[in-house]
Design a protein around this ligand. Structure first.
Ligand code: ARG
Length: 577
């Protein structure tokens, strides 16, 4: 049992109040000299009808101090508890080392499906930096839910439907050729699309042509479909390259076009339930009672819309996966869209809409370098990742001259990509982020490289211990858990590492509950700062044998937790860098 739970149970036994609630009241004293846990007695003033200092005094009398704590003191209306450092160390270390890379994992999800709609790129459009947060947050949530025993379903809701594909075909027929398709660059497709818009201003009849071509796609015309499929293939090849770099995967690529034949029943039902209203020729659901503009279901020409497809999508995911949760990791620009879609589902009587959530996030802009968003141009995610890798390689070649060739390339890739991903995962989702390479690649800042570097440091400490003959082989541990001297871990620096390790599992649960991967990132950063402080304060290899062994065990525990944390955020954990 961890100390917080034990303290709560002891107070519960003394007062008859609920332990769970009491645990929630526990605080960390501002200064460790005052204790490791503080219980604010004023929280009980109402229930016990007494003044806080009186409650504190009474509890001091009645309380049976749990094992794991060395003493308790009153301070005004507070009870301050002091952990028994050695038994705390033994508790935390044995939990971490026995569970290893499963430390913090659970079966609380009981295999329930969590649909996660993320990245969701658009065909023949740039995979740009705007999709970075969706991709990184969604991928991290996928891993976090999996770690907690859920069965996540990763869905890339491809933007592969709409009149823009008619425009693409017109533009391609006017200015494109086979060689361009062979070359297969999305940038060329985007140029065609931009050119269409420029020229259609002077030649509005091009828009009619585009509509006619889109109609052909809808009607299954062979030529139209063949071109559309090639645009799709070109885009997919390029995005797969980026997903590969990011180590991101999906279970389904069912995009907008997948729902073409699944909207009719929804429209019918809306009509039957009298939810449809005719408005200037369009069919809408009036949401004025909820202070929202109407949700347009069918345009006046009968065409369906993004929202119509999302209604069918929600229904399909419910029917197919019977989800425990269904998440949409999409920028806050679409707040209104999801509020409308969720409200329409609610009006249709779908009680499972309560399990759906728009996991929204702020904007990312780049503040330095040639790939600036300040000039309003599109920044391709692939360029950002490659630039980060190149810059990392340069830094590493200088910092670690013995790292060369393939090993250098691999480490630079892991750290460069990790720096970018960390950059968008290290703050609350809703915050806008201005990304700078200089900040993200600072090995001493609160960055991905810093965390990865700490992992590599732990690995190298352990490797040195093996080299020094403290273990038979690199498979064996240079310490024996059964006979560790935990007193050697009772100093402040070691205790702080233990506290950070102890707090890690709860951070994972909180991250899932709030759909906020940054809570894992923060907890991970706490482990790293505490470990690095410990590394500088406490000698490891040249300490006397008892202390050396205990500190190596602590190093191994930190290494394990950092590796798990990096995995949960979608970063690699290089052993050397
Ligand atoms: N493709 C859309 C975009 O890039 C995001 C789709 C999000 N998912 C959804 N089910 N609407 O803006």
């Amino acid at each position: 049992m961890d100390n917080q739970t034990a303290i709560a149970a002891a107070i519960a036994a003394a007062t008859g109040l609920a332990a769970d609630e009491l645990k929630g009241y526990l605080e960390t004293p501002p200064n460790p000299a005052m204790g490791d846990y503080a219980f604010p007695c004023f929280k009980l003033a109402k229930a016990l009808r007494k003044a806080p200092p009186a409650i504190a005094a009474e509890l001091m009398d009645k309380l049976v101090l749990p094992a794991g704590l060395s003493r308790v003191e009153t301070a005004g209306g507070y009870l301050n508890f002091f952990a028994d450092k050695a038994s705390y160390a033994s508790g935390v270390l044995s939990r971490v080392l026995s569970q290893g890379e499963r430390y913090g994992a659970s079966e609380e999800g009981k295999g329930g499906h969590v649909c996660i709609d993320y990245s969701s790129i658009n065909i023949a459009k740039p995979f740009h930096i705007g999709h970075l947060s969706s991709t990184a947050i969604g991928n991290s949530l996928y891993r976090i839910y999996g770690f907690l025993g859920y069965a996540p379903v990763g869905i890339n809701h491809l933007g592969d439907w709409g009149t823009q594909f008619g425009k693409m075909i017109v533009a391609f027929k006017k200015w494109g050729d086979e060689a361009m398709l062979e070359k297969g660059s999305v940038r060329d497709l985007v140029k065609l699309y931009v050119r269409f818009h420029d020229e259609a201003e002077a030649h509005p009849e091009m828009n009619d042509e585009a509509r006619a071509w889109f109609k052909k796609i809808e009607d299954g015309d062979a030529e139209a479909i063949a071109l559309f499929e090639r645009f799709k293939a070109i885009t997919m090849r390029e995005v797969m390259r980026v997903y590969d770099m990011l180590d991101v995967h999906f279970d389904s690529y069912a995009g907008e076009s997948f729902y073409n034949d699944k909207m009719q029943p929804i429209v019918e039902e809306l009509r039957e339930k009298n939810l449809l209203k005719l408005d200037q020729g369009a069919q809408i659901v009036d949401l004025s009672a909820y202070d929202m503009p109407p949700c347009i279901i069918l345009r006046s020409d009968g065409a369906t819309l993004y929202a119509t497809r999302d209604l069918a999508t929600a229904q399909y995911r419910h029917d197919t996966y019977a989800f425990a949760k269904s998440l949409y990791v999409v920028a806050y620009q679409q707040n209104l869209h999801f509020k409308q879609v969720f409200k329409v589902l609610e009006l249709m009587g779908r009680d499972w809409v309560k399990d759906m959530e728009h996991v929204n996030f702020g904007m990312v802009s780049i503040t330095d370098g040639t790939l600036s968003t300040r000039h309003g141009n599109v920044v391709y995610l692939e360029d950002v990742l490659n630039a980060a890798i190149d810059k990392t390689r340069a830094v590493m070649a200088e910092k670690s001259p013995d790292l060369t060739g393939e090993a250098l390339d691999e480490a630079a890739k892991a750290v460069g990509v990790g720096a970018v991903v960390w950059g968008v995962l290290y703050s609350a989702r809703i915050k806008d982020i201005s990304f700078s390479y200089e900040k993200a690649l600072n090995f001493d800042g609160e960055t991905g490289p810093y965390v990865q570097y700490t992992h590599a440091r732990c690995c190298s400490v352990l490797a040195k211990a093996v080299q020094a003959g403290l273990a038979q082989s690199s498979q064996d541990k240079p310490y024996d858990v059964a006979s560790l001297d935990y007193e050697a871990l009772s100093d402040e620096a070691a205790t702080n590492v233990l506290k950070a390790l102890d707090a890690f599992p709860a951070a994972i649960c909180a991250a899932a509950e709030k759909n906020e991967p940054y809570l894992v990132a923060r907890a991970l950063m706490d482990v790293c700062t505490a470990y690095n402080k410990f590394y500088y304060d406490d000698r490891i290899m040249d300490a006397e044998p008892n202390a050396r062994e205990a500190r190596l065990a602590l190093t191994d525990a930190a290494r394990t937790v950092i590796k798990t944390g990096l995995y949960l955020l979608g970063l690699k954990a290089p052993e050397r860098m």
